[in-house]
Ligand binder design. Structure first.
Ligand SMILES: C[S@@+](CC[C@H](N)C(=O)[O-])C[C@H]1O[C@@H](n2cnc3c(N)ncnc32)[C@H](O)[C@@H]1O
Length: 230
């Protein structure tokens, strides 16, 4: 980032921080689009999980991030905070959510706008299982992914399989709801069969966990009949 853009970045960072403080403090919002009232939690990630997402974005010095499940945009705001802190001039956060204008009355996009980070974010209003293979054929690459979309086994498995190919080798997957059997089992395949590493598992809450994985740094040379039960 050039010196001239530094003050803009500081102002936007403050705005993101203020919007997050307000949203997390109030917990309830009114959608500009249709006046509906929404309780953010427990659908959205909480402050501690958001801070963990932000710190992984910073730790990895990520510039290109992708998120499955925009929802109320809280995890997206924390991701953008990390990207702004990193200061990369080409930073971009891609978010995928087919239900933003229906179930969420565009609240996630509203908060991104209020925080002044809309220009950093690109929203795709379709299922990740459709978007991710297209991104692959278009040659997109990412440094870090946040996964909080469709929580069923088959959907998460597909998300992880495509993200494994979309992330740079050794890229980071921040996976929400790791306490759910379908999600833990899907992730287990990538640990046991594809050489992913478990970097961190949350411990703060008994009943809600998230986990962080690093994709393999070596090429996939498994023989055709390779299989490790998972
Ligand atoms: C728990 S919410 C995400 C909350 C978000 N992390 C936050 O902090 O506000 C799950 C989101 O996944 C979205 N979703 C469901 N199925 C999806 C799919 N197949 N692809 C992408 N997003 C999906 C839902 O519309 C919803 O917005």
């Amino acid at each position: 980032m050039t010196a001239a853009r530094q003050p803009d970045r500081e102002i936007t960072l403050r705005r993101v921080h203020q919007v997050l403080d307000r949203l997390i403090g109030d917990g309830t919002v009114v959608a500009h689009r249709d006046g509906t009232t929404h309780c953010l939690f427990p659908v959205a990630v909480g402050a501690a999980e958001g801070a963990a997402i932000r710190s992984w974005v910073i730790r990895e010095n990520a510039a290109r991030t992708i998120e499955i499940g925009l929802g109320y945009g809280i995890s997206a705001l924390f991701t953008c905070e990390g990207l702004l802190a990193n200061g990369g001039p080409e930073s971009r956060h891609i978010v995928i959510d087919p239900n933003q204008d229906t179930r969420f009355a565009n609240c996630g996009l509203q908060f991104l706008e209020e925080a002044g980070v809309s220009s950093l974010v690109e929203h795709h209003a379709e299922e990740s299982q459709i978007t991710l293979p297209r991104f692959l054929s278009e040659g997109h690459r990412f440094d870090l992914a946040v996964v909080d979309g469709n929580h069923r086994f088959d959907a998460v498995f597909l998300d992880l399989a495509y993200l494994g190919r979309l992330l740079h080798p050794g890229g980071i997957v921040f996976l929400d709801d790791y306490h759910l059997p379908a999600i833990a089992r899907a992730a287990s395949f990538f640990l046991t069969n594809l050489g992913w590493a478990l970097e961190e598992v949350s411990t703060a809450e008994d009943r809600h966990h998230w986990a962080v994985f690093r994709t393999s740094t070596t090429p996939d040379t498994r023989p055709f009949d390779h299989f490790v039960d998972f």
